[in-house]
Design a protein around this ligand. Structure first.
Ligand code: 1CP
Length: 344
């Protein structure tokens, strides 16, 4: 058997439909697991957990010890990139990420030369994971897409409408393009290093692909994602990439057609019928259960899981949530979900 045949999830990203869809869970390591909360206490702050290979390997593997998942996803965060560029990121309990926002002058102070050294512990985590994981498990590396990362860099924290960054992109077009250039280049090098260290596939998280008009979507979402895929394939010609433009809605097909990603992550607000009618039948898709259905369980979950399986049955499909798992998810519901996907 070829190496691809050993890894159902990687094979699906590469376009080979499986009898039962492989499955992983977005943000599968994390606060809904008691063993994660335990390890997190040992680490001190959250980024120390990301930068300590021994602990990052441990939390990456925790969900695979409990559940029959087809992939491990590197434990890190999309905001290690600004941190690596010299814009320190901190996580206060219950607050999410906090950064000192960058302005035009701050963008010019970002230091791309220090990024690779700063991120070396994350690459070491990938190397150790590859050495530990069984051959049939796909190892997923990742980064945030430049626009999504920029929304945090420019606003200093998450925001429901990305107002600060959207306004900055319009008012300071040249500085905004410099920021995109820095993030594209740093992300290409970071993803290439992850693949070289043993990741099988990489996912680009574009969590804030919403609230953008036609021209802004082209400039802020499609173009930087396209440039990352292109840049990555200049280093690793067949690099397998999953794109995840959350909230892209009517722009989803355009994103798939113009960025060069192998597979498309679908958020839970995308109608199943849209997948059938608007996306090429051979395009691998990943998704798209509402994480809230996993919290509630029962029929609210089972019926929609079956509907998703049926809607995607004819194409390469990776089962996943349509956004990240939330902390109060019961573990028994995760077990049930995986049994349902694997056995019907
Ligand atoms: O308190 C804690 O323990 C920190 C919680 C936490 C965790 C477990 C954060 C803070 N990040 C992570 C890990 C993480 N983040 C992973 C690897 C874990 C896994 O999947 O198993 C991944 C892939 C991410 C990706 C990530 N971070 C995204 C993209 C996916 C998405 O949810 O849209 C985003 C937007 C972030 C930023 C971030 N980091 C952490 C939080 C709470 C947030 C979201 C902030 C916001 O809502 O704006």
């Amino acid at each position: 058997m070829s190496p691809v045949a050993h890894k159902p999830l990687l094979a699906t990203v590469l376009g080979q439909r499986q009898e039962r869809p492989p499955v992983w869970i977005m943000r599968q390591a994390g606060r809904y697991l008691p063993e994660y909360r335990e390890t997190r206490k040992q680490a001190g702050n959250f980024l120390d957990l990301c930068y300590t290979p021994e602990l990052a390997v441990e939390v990456t593997l925790q969900p695979l010890r409990r559940f029959d998942l087809d992939a491990a996803i590197l434990f890190s965060d999309i905001l290690v990139i600004p941190d690596a560029l010299g814009q320190p990121v901190r996580f206060e309990t219950g607050e999410g990420p906090l950064l000192e926002p960058v302005d035009v002058a701050g963008i010019d102070r970002l230091d791309r030369a220090r990024a690779a050294d700063h991120l070396a512990p994350v690459i070491e985590t990938v190397r150790r994971l590859r050495a530990t994981l069984p051959a049939e498990k796909t190892l997923i590396g990742f980064c945030g897409a430049p626009w999504t990362v920029a929304t945090y860099m420019l606003n200093g924290r998450g925001s429901p409408d990305q107002w600060t960054a959207r306004r900055f992109a319009l008012e300071h077009p040249a500085a905004f393009e410099r920021l995109m250039d820095i993030l594209v280049e740093t992300s290409v090098n970071y993803l290439a290093a992850q693949l070289e260290a043993g990741a099988d596939v990489v996912q680009i998280f574009e969590s804030w692909a919403l609230n953008l008009d036609d021209a802004a979507f082209a400039r802020q979402v499609i173009e930087p994602n396209r440039r990352i895929v292109e840049g990555l394939r200049r280093i690793i010609p067949d690099a397998p990439v999953i794109g995840f433009p959350r909230g892209a809605a009517g722009n989803l097909a355009r994103f798939a057609a113009n960025t060069g990603v192998n597979a498309l992550g679908i958020d839970y607000s995308t109608p199943l019928d849209f997948i059938r009618t608007h996306l090429p039948p051979d395009l691998p898709v990943q998704g798209n259960l509402d994480p809230l259905r996993l919290v509630v369980g029962g029929e609210a979950m089972d019926n929609q899981v079956r509907a998703i399986l049926e809607a995607c049955a004819g194409r390469p499909h990776i089962f996943n949530l349509g956004h990240g798992i939330v902390p109060d998810t019961p573990i028994a519901h995760v077990e049930r979900l995986i049994a349902l996907v694997k056995e019907g």
